[in-house]
Design a protein around this ligand. Structure first.
Ligand code: ADP
Ligand code: GLC
Length: 500
């Protein structure tokens, strides 16, 4: 029996290439399109930041949303990004400002982020209710991270919910916590402010709201789905997550294999593939020139890092490991921004080892591509990593990653051993504990193999042959949507067939 595929609203606070601060942007930029390729009617909902309004063509107004409590009136516009229809929530008061999606130019969170994202969540919920003002109505509301966390709560309390809701947790460390006094203004019922609800240590938690009220929860790797059910990676929500384990799914992200493809990448001076790895050295040369790194001496390797500079990413471990890594002839190219203390330490390291350690503070997409291609290995010693994308990009670029065995890093990097190299599954170097000796040990193993060019090339080719495309994950989400929206499947099944 053929089921009508559910209509899905993919609500996200960012989507590449229009607006991206990290991995969620990449996911939202690729997953909805991959789902549409499977025949699903997936549409996106984005806040109307200036970048969104400027870059989406042909936006037209499709609904007016009235003000409620602290939530100002807004308009819903319709446009598209590539193949994906997009609804944009336009509100000059909430989103028309210079700065990032979550923080002002000074790096401080916008003080009214609760209203900004409560409004967003409320409209997301509306598109899955009987009261939906559009002709199109969602059967499944797919929310992403705390910024969309209130949507399942609004849907739950609306009384006319049509859609089922799914929250995907991209990082449990970001929870969206706000003072309890804001509850009424956000149009949340007093009854929701309970430990069996959205209260978290006396505050409103947008993320907990979703974890509590959504019909299902997913996160971006199977290992992370397990890790967040206990301390310390549950960040205080482990009890709730363990209690909801029956509806908690781990689906490893994919990568956009068009954007991240060394054989077509325009950010590289010379494109290459697994059979033309010799051409990869042009990217290495360009990277060294661009960042002022002396070409590493014979046998010396160049490692790359592209990262938010935070404790999560283990950047401090790399800094502490630098004397040992330098003693083994390793050079390092870092692109990142974040914690000022880590930015300072990295800059100091670049002064201590000029020509060997280079640091670019900032967010630069083309340089990220050049590092993936030009480095010999990629370092990702994250203390925790829900999924992580760079370790998949780097494998695709023939730049084996060195990773800590956590979350999606554990699920996407097969450690290189004699066996895995022989059977073709090897992808990089995995270490078990997030500490300096373990990191240095894994880099040593990498350097030993790097000194054996035929075996190194074999590792590069094994890594490049892996399929990290979105199709596998898209199929898993499609199955999950179908399981969440049986009403759609049932009504389609009841409908008389037009032909025998
Ligand atoms: P997270 O979302 O936790 O930061 P991910 O590995 O999932 O980590 O995704 C990060 C994304 O952001 C990748 O596409 C990465 O290349 C990109 N990125 C991170 N920092 C920078 C930077 N400083 N410049 C350019 N791209 C960056
Ligand atoms: C978060 C996580 C990262 C993940 C990304 C996309 O930012 O920190 O591990 O890859 O979301 O899901």
């Amino acid at each position: 029996m053929k089921h009508k595929p559910p209509r899905v609203l993919f609500a996200t606070p960012e989507a590449a290439p229009v607006v991206k601060t990290g991995g969620l942007g990449d996911v939202a930029g690729a997953l909805p399109a991959a789902l549409r390729r499977l025949g699903l009617d997936v549409r996106m909902l984005l806040p109307g930041y200036p970048a969104v309004l400027e870059s989406l063509e042909g936006l037209r107004r499709v609904a007016e949303i009235g003000a409620e409590g602290m939530l100002p009136g807004s308009r819903l516009l319709r446009g598209r990004v590539g193949e994906v229809p997009v609804y944009v929530l336009e509100s000059a008061e909430l989103y028309d400002r210079a700065g990032g999606p979550y923080a002002g130019p000074d790096g401080q969170d916008w003080p009214d982020n609760d209203r900004r994202f409560a409004s967003f969540g409320r409209v997301a919920a509306l598109l899955g209710r009987e009261a939906c003002p559009l002709r199109w109505r969602a059967d499944v509301l797919h929310c992403n991270d705390w910024q969309t966390g209130l949507a399942p709560a609004y849907l739950h309390f609306a009384g006319d919910a049509h859609a089922a809701s799914l929250i995907t947790v991209h990082n449990l460390a970001f929870q969206g916590l706000f003072p309890s006094e804001r509850l009424a203004g956000l149009r949340l019922p007093a009854a929701s402010f309970d430990m069996h609800g959205l209260e978290f240590h006396g505050r409103i938690s947008f993320l907990k709201a979703a974890l509590y009220y959504a019909n299902a929860i997913s996160t971006v790797s199977t290992t992370y789905a397990r890790e967040i059910q206990s301390e310390p990676l549950g960040f205080g929500l482990q009890g709730l997550l363990a209690a909801r384990a029956g509806v908690l799914h781990g689906i490893l992200n994919g990568i956009d294999s068009q954007t991240w493809n060394p054989s077509t990448d325009r950010a590289l001076p010379l494109r290459y593939g697994p059979r033309s790895l010799i051409r990869k050295s042009a990217s290495r040369e360009a990277l060294c020139r661009r960042m002022g790194i002396d070409r590493p001496g014979a046998g010396g390797a160049l490692a790359g890092i592209v990262s938010r500079l935070t404790h999560q990413k283990g950047v401090d471990l790399v800094i502490d490991a630098l004397p040992a890594l330098r003693a083994r002839g390793l050079s390092l190219a870092v692109l990142g921004r974040g914690d000022p203390e880590l930015e300072r330490s990295l800059t100091e390291a670049s002064r201590r080892w000029p020509g060997a350690v280079a640091v670019q503070i900032g967010f630069e997409e083309p340089l990220a591509h050049l590092i993936e291609a030009g480095a010999d290995l990629f370092l990702m010693p994250s203390r925790f990593e829900p999924c992580g994308l760079n370790q998949m990009y780097s494998q695709r670029y023939g730049t084996p990653p060195v990773v800590h065995a956590t979350g999606g890093l554990a699920d996407s990097v097969v450690d290189c051993t004699d066996e895995t190299l022989a059977d073709g599954t090897a992808g990089g170097f995995v270490f078990e504990a997030p500490n300096v000796p373990a990191l240095v040990g894994a880099v040593e193993r990498a350097l030993e193999l790097f000194g054996q060019p035929p075996r190194w090339r074999r590792l590069q080719r094994c890594a490049m042959a892996k399929d990290f495309g979105w199709e596998r994950a898209a199929r898993a989400y499609a199955d999950l949507y179908r399981s969440l929206a049986p009403r759609v499947a049932r009504s389609a099944a009841r409908r008389p067939r037009s032909r025998p």
